[in-house]
Design a protein around this ligand. Structure first.
Ligand code: DX5
Ligand code: ZN
Length: 222
């Protein structure tokens, strides 16, 4: 199987029980998750506030699968080193949040981490194109960043298709990840469009408690 044929699932811990994050993490890992999606929000770039480096660092010894950290913060370049030291294995930056994208992506790779780029749904793919040769992951947002539990925007599916074409045309290697409103129905559209990783918060965690529940939910997405 090539790198782009596997259907990877990244549960977003934003929807997990914050009082038991390590336990939640091991349950989704047992349930077959491939990556652990960590949503970092600063109350400026997005209206919500979530978690920062100290929490990522505390989770590090418990993480048996890579932590995929999505930075929804202004000037993410200020925190790259700290997030990588804390245990991020993928670090994804918003194109709207920094004027230093190229330097930042290079720095992430130099520090031994996988570099990711993303954009708000309303931002054209053109904004990310100058950086696609520098990334290991491209994240397509299918909701406005800031909150879990929103409705999937199918208007973003064409971006996935274009990323697949650009990747093969240019011999690039990034994985294509989709984030927001992914459930058992919308996941089908994402796989069809060519996604490699689906992030899911509410579809994995809501109304579910055991590793078995999580496995049922993850299997439905795959
Ligand atoms: C939204 C976050 C998402 C969120 C997804 O800003 O980036 O990762 O947790 O949640 P669901 O799957 O519920 O849309
Ligand atoms: Zn996210």
């Amino acid at each position: 199987m090539s790198n782009f044929e596997k259907r990877r699932i990244a549960p977003s811990i934003l929807s997990a029980d914050f009082a038991h994050l390590a336990v939640e993490m091991s349950k989704v890992t047992e349930a077959g998750a491939d990556l652990l999606h960590v949503d970092v929000m600063d109350g400026h770039f997005v209206p919500n506030l979530t978690i920062g480096m100290p929490v990522v660092q505390c989770l590090k010894p418990h993480a048996k699968i890579p932590m995929d950290v999505h930075l929804m913060i202004e000037k993410p370049e200020k925190y790259i080193e700290q997030f990588i030291k804390a245990g991020s294995q993928y670090l994804t930056l918003h194109v709207e949040a920094t004027e230093l994208m190229e330097e930042s992506l290079k720095k992430i790779r130099e520090l031994g981490c996988k570099a990711g780029i993303t954009a708000r749904p309303g931002t054209s793919l053109e904004a990310m194109k100058p950086f696609l040769h520098l990334v290991d992951l491209v994240l397509i947002m299918t909701v406005e960043p800031g909150f879990g539990g929103q409705k999937f925007m199918s208007s973003q599916l064409d971006k996935i298709k274009e990323l697949v074409e650009l990747r093969s045309k240019n011999g690039w290697n990034y994985l294509i990840e989709v984030d927001g409103g992914v459930n058992a129905e919308t996941s089908k559209l994402c796989w069809q469009a060519g996604a490699d990783i689906l992030v899911a918060g509410s579809a994995v965690f809501d109304g579910a408690y055991t590793a078995e529940d999580y496995k049922t939910n993850i299997d439905k997405l795959r």
